[in-house]
Ligand binder design. Structure first.
Ligand SMILES: Cc1cc2nc3c(=O)[nH]c(=O)nc-3n(C[C@H](O)[C@H](O)[C@H](O)COP(=O)(O)O)c2cc1C
Length: 296
């Protein structure tokens, strides 16, 4: 058994990529029940009671292991970690921020921490700070990116594996058994999968969002500056986004995107976050079918 599988305690070395804007106990439980590692996305959650509630709901659906993602900019992380440890969570992932201060807290609670890195220098710093494993995310991935030039999964995973000894999880561009198998050849012990699970039957994403992923072709996503222009975010180029990209007057597309289209019922200006791998996703299926195909 690989070191990574020992940390996760699940059957397959597949981690559900956390999607910061929502949590679905049904989805986390479905991923864990299918043998992979279901993940709560706690990056934006400030209320520890909400974390307890989510865990209780998951535990009604599965007794299999699951984890959680913490964003290191969240001031509630220490309280949240205590709740996770009390609930028997064995491994968390950490992202968006410096790992230096939180890793001693994670280890004191008997938890393993897997830090998300987007570049070689982040990887080396994270291992020095005590990360037990790394999620190495290539530039094609969905989610937040840095504004610096970045390497793709195909380059970054073997590069990082040349420099660190801790287990590596490859992320970015993995949606099927081809990507899954390649990750091991590149030096990873497992994968983290975001966009493919976002377009699953159990995903809490809107039907419009899932449809937009399935309709993506080659070159259908782009990076736009986000969060006060300090980082970038990968989104689908919808007709509205395309119009804004072509308009030299528009300086900040992110500011005009509708982050909660469900409230208005109008999805024209919606922000559909997704990775380049959307081009390979042609249907919405249950997470169990996605995982079974991946490991086949
Ligand atoms: C809409 C969206 C939101 C995301 N939110 C988070 C998050 O809160 N924390 C995190 O560590 N990663 C986040 N990610 C990254 C994913 O967990 C995962 O690493 C990434 O999607 C992998 O690339 P893929 O989309 O090609 O599978 C997000 C990705 C997307 C598409």
């Amino acid at each position: 058994m690989s070191e990574l599988l020992k940390m996760l305690g699940c059957r397959y070395p597949i981690i559900q990529g956390p999607i910061g804007m929502f949590n679905s106990p049904r989805m986390v439980a479905a991923v864990s029940e299918a043998g992979a590692y279901g993940m709560l996305a706690l990056g934006f959650i400030q209320d520890p009671d909400e974390v307890k509630k989510l865990i209780d709901e998951i535990r009604k659906l599965t007794d299999k292991p699951f984890g959680a993602n913490l964003m290191l900019i969240n001031p509630q992380n220490e309280k949240i970690l205590k709740i996770l440890a009390g609930a028997g969570v064995k491994a968390v992932t950490t992202s968006v921020g410096s790992p230096k201060e939180i890793y001693p807290v994670i280890h004191d609670l008997g938890i393993k921490g897997i830090h998300v890195v987007l570049a070689l220098q982040h990887a080396i710093r994270a291992v020095t700070a005590g990360a037990d494993a790394l999620i190495v995310v290539g530039s094609e991935a969905g989610g937040l990116r840095s504004l610096n030039p970045e390497s793709s999964t195909m380059v970054l995973v073997p590069l990082v594996s040349d420099y660190v000894k801790v287990p590596i999880v490859a992320a970015g561009g993995i949606a099927d058994s081809r990507g899954y198998k390649t990750a091991f050849v590149l030096g990873a012990q497992g994968v983290q999968v975001g966009t493919r699970f976002l377009a699953s039957l159990e995903s809490p994403a809107s039907e419009q969002w899932k449809k937009a992923i399935v309709e993506c072709g080659d070159g259908s996503t782009t990076l736009i500056p986000a969060l006060n222009m300090r980082v970038a975010e990968r989104i689908i180029i919808t007709p509205w986004v395309k119009q804004k990209m072509d308009d030299p007057e528009v300086k900040n597309i992110a500011a005009e995107l509708d982050r909660n289209p469900a409230a208005s019922g109008n999805y024209e200006r919606a922000s559909f976050g997704a990775g380049q791998v959307s081009a390979l996703i042609r249907d919405i299926k249950p997470v169990k079918a996605i995982i079974e195909e991946m490991v086949s």
